[in-house]
Design a protein around this ligand. Structure first.
Ligand code: BEZ
Length: 211
């Protein structure tokens, strides 16, 4: 049975570059990104892991923890992080799961055998503090991911969890947001004191309520 949004993220114990973790305990009260990459010592993965490390202060601001995964062993992971620091200017400051037996990869559907029988594809799972899966993305092996986009979605989810709003196409933190149709104009007056612009009765734009 494949995973779906809203499912509890499967729990697991795994060996990582920072010792053995229990996934749910490690997530704790944070949001988490669990992402797989095909293989250590490969070029696209090297750029991705360096960029994720460069975003570290931004993840922290948002209470997000990050953990990577591939089917390589922990010794390779530890050797490779040096290359990542050297070539990308930032060394990963987050754990990398060693999953040579595919235990976690199988649990999360990270193996796509018709694409590659041996290595994980590029998956991303965002898990919230209740351990629910909130975002799933799968990329091919030859395309590096856009982690700015993943951060943008986390910004949207954290905002829309806290206020009765949704975010429009290409929204970025600070842009106007949409008051969800379930909120009546009468209720909106109390909830959105900055007011709104109604392009249609169902399309009401209001300034970011968290700003
Ligand atoms: C890479 O990370 O560069 C890569 C990995 C697997 C297939 C193709 C590229």
């Amino acid at each position: 049975m494949s995973l779906r949004l809203g499912d509890t993220a499967p729990d697991f114990n795994a060996e990582t570059t920072e010792g053995t973790i229990n996934f749910h305990d490690w997530v704790g009260d944070s949001w988490a990104i669990l992402f797989s990459h095909p293989k250590d010592f490969t070029p696209v993965c090297t750029t991705e892991l360096g960029y994720v490390a460069r975003l570290s202060p931004e993840w922290k601001k948002r209470n997000v923890k990050v953990v990577g995964l591939s089917v390589d062993g922990v010794d390779d992971h530890k050797k490779w992080v040096g290359d990542i620091g050297e070539t990308q200017g930032t060394m990963p400051d987050y754990p990398l799961i060693a999953d040579p037996g595919h235990a976690v990869a199988d649990l999360y559907g990270m193996m796509h055998p018709n694409e590659d029988a041996s290595f994980t594809v590029r998956t991303v799972f965002v898990v919230d503090p209740n351990k629910k899966i909130r975002l799933m993305i799968t990329y091919p092996q030859t395309t590096g991911r856009n982690f700015d986009e993943i951060m943008r979605v986390i910004d949207s989810m954290q905002l829309t969890d806290a206020h009765q709003v949704a975010t429009p196409v290409n929204w970025k933190k600070g842009d106007d947001v949409i008051i969800i149709p379930a909120v009546s104009d009468e209720d909106a007056k109390g909830k959105f004191p900055k007011g709104w612009k109604a392009l249609k009765p169902y399309l009401r734009l209001t300034p970011d309520p968290s700003a």
